[in-house]
Design a binder for this molecule. Sequence first.
Ligand code: 3PY
Ligand code: MG
Length: 256
Amino acid sequence: MFRRNRLKTRLNQGKSSTGCWLFLGSPAATEVLAHVGFDALIIDHEHSPGGLETAVHQLRAAGGSDATVLARLADNNASEIKRLLDAGVEGVIAANVESAEEVERLVQAAYYPPRGRRGAHFTVSRAAGWGASSQTYFDNIQDEILVVAMIESARGVATLPEICQVPGLDMLFIGPLDLSASIGETGRYDAPAFQTLLAQAEQTILASGVRLGGTELPGSPAAALFARGYSFVTVGSDVGFLRQSACAAAASTSRP
Ligand code: 3PY
Ligand code: MG
């Protein structure tokens, strides 16, 4: 069924928002995490096993919650975007964009004409209540979709001045692991070259007026990122939460 994009509403109201990545492809884990207070859940299709049908189960699992459900794309591909949006994801995130053309392709795939080229079959899609709310969906969805692109390479940072100009782009999200890898400093977040590149990306995005998103890093918790101007911060993942608590439990349990 159609519903308002709560994350987009929060962002438009200037409210800092949090998200959690879903890498497990698990509807049960999605259901648990949908009710703990995150503003958004991100179904990952870039590095994770779940496919479209799993995503539908995850959307159902999160359906009774306030969390907005986004999907990170396997590829910046119009047919993948169409099927995910028709399944009911409320926004899409393209990994590692490096040019304005790639962002324009993303926006074109996410929006119906005249802004874009998304194929219209909301008369039967799950996103429109399998057609039950097709008119409401069509009348509102252009204002509700959240379009996010990730900056994850030195090349992407260099192209930011053009990328930021693309109309319809709601947020640029910095992926620190790939960004550090792109300059040969994989995971070395305190390397001066990485810090310089990160600061350049943050400042260019903030100066452009496009919303800035990113993820917590060692030494940069969400509060520090919000203070630097981030609007949206991911603070963990299903795998991470499970693993961290399992490791802590295993390590702190003495065996008599
Ligand atoms: C990255 O850090 O590269 C990501 O894709 C996620 O934050
Ligand atoms: Mg990445």
